[in-house]
Design a protein. Structure first.
Length: 208
């Protein structure tokens, strides 16, 4: 449980930040939303996440392009069945390629592009976006993952200015592993925003 809940969340965070520094206009729009709904006088909290629809769209688009478990969790068919026109005997190991489904041009418009706006119109049908699987065997930690990633990513956006180390875009080549890491770890520059000084450091001074 600890491995499944930490590694996948960390991988997702790295992909999300890589996409954001490659698309500063998206990062700016997310910061504007946080400033409007949370403000600059207090740090983002869990109860704020439900109000930050664009932030949630960024997370959903990250899940779509770079699912932490691209082949989902293996399943075994409990009975003879037909999947996609193929006869699948009972006891067959089944792997679902969520990565391919999330990038299928028959399912998604412009599937390779990073466009959080595609999720702003409401919830996407479950069979289209499935980073946590679907049905009765879906990941039980999906709700927690959404909250943890939302709070962590929102805090990084609210508290720091981010930019690429060079003018070159961050390499989005995928690495190897049970979860899907980046081939090259993310390197980015950050600068603390005023909210850090006004809240975190001031509270620490008061405690002292």
């Amino acid at each position: 449980m600890i491995l499944a809940g930490t590694d996948t969340s960390a991988v997702t965070m790295e992909w999300a930040m890589s996409l954001l520094v490659n698309h500063p206009e998206v990062l700016k729009k997310a910061r504007v939303e946080i400033n409007a709904h949370v403000g600059q006088d207090c740090l983002i909290d869990e109860h704020d996440i439900s109000k930050l629809h664009y932030l949630q769209a960024i997370i959903s688009e990250t899940f779509r392009l770079f699912p932490a478990a691209p082949l989902l969790v293996p399943h075994i068919s409990s009975d003879d069945c037909i999947i996609g026109g193929f006869n699948v005997p009972r006891g067959t190991l089944l792997l679902v390629n969520a990565w391919a489904i999330h990038r299928d041009p028959k399912v998604w418009d412009d599937p390779i592009s990073f466009k959080p706006e595609r999720f702003e119109g409401g919830e996407v049908e479950g069979h289209k976006l499935m980073p946590f699987g679907m049905g009765r065997r879906a990941c039980p930690g999906a709700g927690l993952a959404q909250r943890v990633v939302g709070l962590a990513l929102g805090s990084l956006i609210q508290c720091f200015e981010w930019k690429r180390v060079t003018k070159e875009t961050v390499d989005l080549t995928e690495g190897k592993g049970l979860t899907m890491p980046k081939a090259e770890p993310l390197e980015a520059m950050c600068k603390a925003r005023d909210i850090i000084m006004n809240n975190i450091f001031s509270e620490a001074t008061n405690v002292v």
